[in-house]
Design a protein around this ligand. Structure first.
Ligand SMILES: Cc1cc2nc3c(=O)[nH]c(=O)nc-3n(C[C@H](O)[C@H](O)[C@H](O)COP(=O)(O)O)c2cc1C
Length: 325
C-alpha cells in the first residue's frame, strides 16, 4: 500500500485530500462525514468578517461587503455567528479524528487578531485566511491592495502561533510575487485558487442573477499552471483548489508541486464518498506505477525540476512552432 501521508501547514495528514471550506463543512455532522470518508483534513466553512462585526454591532448598522454574509445573518436572525463558529471548531476537534483548519473571510486584519486567538483556544490547528477581495473600484491601485493583504497577514500572524494559509483568487498581476511577500509576512501556505460567486444576467428580467455555484472539472488547469510555475520558488507551500473530481487530477496537481488538494464541488456532486474514491484512485495508480509515497511524486513536474523551464511560460509558442495549434 503506497504511503499517502503528507505534511501540510506543519501538520501531518494521513492523505492529501482535504475537504474544502463550504456549506458541507459548516456543521459538526458535515465535518464528521468528511472524516468518515477519509479526508486528510477539513477546512471549516469561512466565518465572514460581517459575522464578526455583527457580534459588536446591531445587524442593521453593518456594512456588508459580501451578499452571502448578509443572507446568512438575515437567515440566522441573530448576532451570534462568531460564537457559533468557535463551537463548531471545538465540536470538529472533539473526537480527534482529523486535522481541523478554521477559515475566515477577512478584509481588515486588525479585526481578526483577537478572534484568531479565540479560534486557537477553541482548538483550530491552522487558519486559512480567505482573502476574497474583489477590486470593484478601478481607481484603486493594485499595489495598495497587495500592501493591505500583507498588513492583514502580519497582524494575524502576530496574534497566533498557529500556521496560516492564504486562499487567493486569480486577479493579481504577479501572483508569485504576492505569495512570496505574504510568506515573509507570516503565511506558510497558499491555496490556489478561490472561486468568487459567479454572476450572470437575466435578460428577461433585465437584472443580475446568480451564476452556477459549482465548479467544473476543467477548473484544475488554472491551479496546475500556477502551482507548477511556483512550487519551491516562493518559500510557501502550495495547496490546489478547483476542479479536483478524481484521483488522477489530484495526482497531476501533486506532480506539479501541490502539497495537498482541496475538494468541494465534487463532494456536492457525488457526496462525501468522493473524498474516499479520490484517495483510493490515487493509491491504486501509485501502486500500479510503484510510486511508494506522495513525497516521491510531489513536484516532479514542477518548473523548478525541469530541464526545460522555458516551456512552462511558452507552451503556446512551442505548440505554434511545431504546428500543434
Ligand atoms: C456552495 C459553496 C460555498 C463555498 N463557501 C466557501 C467559503 O465559505 N470559504 C471559502 O474559502 N471557499 C468557499 N467556497 C469555495 C470552495 O472552497 C472552493 O475553493 C471552490 O469551490 C473551488 O473548488 P471546487 O472546484 O472543488 O469546487 C465555496 C464553494 C461553494 C460551491
Amino acid at each position: 500500500m503506497p504511503d499517502l501521508s503528507v505534511s501540510y501547514l506543519g501538520l501531518k495528514l494521513g492523505n492529501p485530500v482535504i475537504a474544502s471550506s463550504c456549506g458541507l463543512t459548516a456543521t459538526p455532522e458535515g465535518v464528521k462525514r468528511a472524516f468518515d470518508a477519509g479526508a486528510g483534513a477539513v477546512v471549516l466553512k469561512s466565518l465572514f468578517e460581517e459575522q464578526l462585526r455583527a457580534e459588536l454591532k446591531p445587524i442593521g448598522e453593518i456594512q456588508f461587503s459580501h451578499p452571502e454574509a448578509e443572507a446568512f445573518l438575515a437567515g440566522m436572525g441573530m448576532n451570534e455567528g462568531a460564537d457559533e463558529y468557535l463551537k463548531l471548531i471545538s465540536a470538529a476537534r472533539k473526537d480527534g479524528r482529523g486535522r481541523v483548519i478554521a477559515s475566515v473571510n477577512c478584509v481588515d486584519g486588525n479585526f481578526w487578531m483577537d478572534f484568531a486567538k479565540r479560534m486557537e483556544s477553541a482548538g483550530a490547528e491552522a487558519i486559512e485566511l480567505n482573502l476574497g477581495y474583489l477590486p470593484v473600484d478601478p481607481s484603486e491601485n493594485g499595489s495598495e491592495i497587495e500592501e493591505r493583504l500583507e498588513t492583514l497577514v502580519r497582524s494575524v500572524a502576530s496574534a497566533v502561533k498557529l500556521p496560516l494559509a492564504v486562499k487567493l483568487g486569480t486577479a493579481y498581476t504577479n501572483i508569485g510575487n504576492l505569495i512570496q511577500r505574504l510568506g515573509k509576512a507570516g503565511v506558510k501556505a497558499a491555496v490556489l485558487f478561490n472561486r468568487f460567486y459567479r454572476m450572470d444576467v437575466d435578460l428577461d428580467a433585465m437584472s443580475l442573477s446568480a451564476g452556477p455555484t459549482r465548479g467544473s472539472p476543467e477548473a484544475y488547469f488554472e491551479s496546475l499552471r500556477w502551482i507548477s510555475l511556483l512550487d519551491g520558488r516562493t518559500g510557501v507551500e502550495l495547496c490546489a483548489s478547483g476542479g479536483v473530481y478524481n484521483g488522477m487530477t489530484a495526482l497531476k496537481l501533486i506532480a506539479a508541486g501541490a502539497s495537498a488538494v482541496q475538494v468541494c464541488s465534487a463532494v456536492y456532486a457525488k457526496g462525501y464518498g468522493a473524498l474516499t474514491s479520490i484517495a483510493k484512485e490515487m493509491a491504486s495508480w501509485m501502486d500500479s506505477r510503484n510510486v511508494e509515497s506522495i513525497a516521491d511524486l510531489q513536484g516532479r513536474l514542477a518548473r523548478r525540476n525541469s530541464a526545460r523551464p522555458e516551456l512552462y511560460g511558452r507552451l503556446h509558442y512551442v505548440k505554434a512552432l511545431t504546428g500543434q495549434s
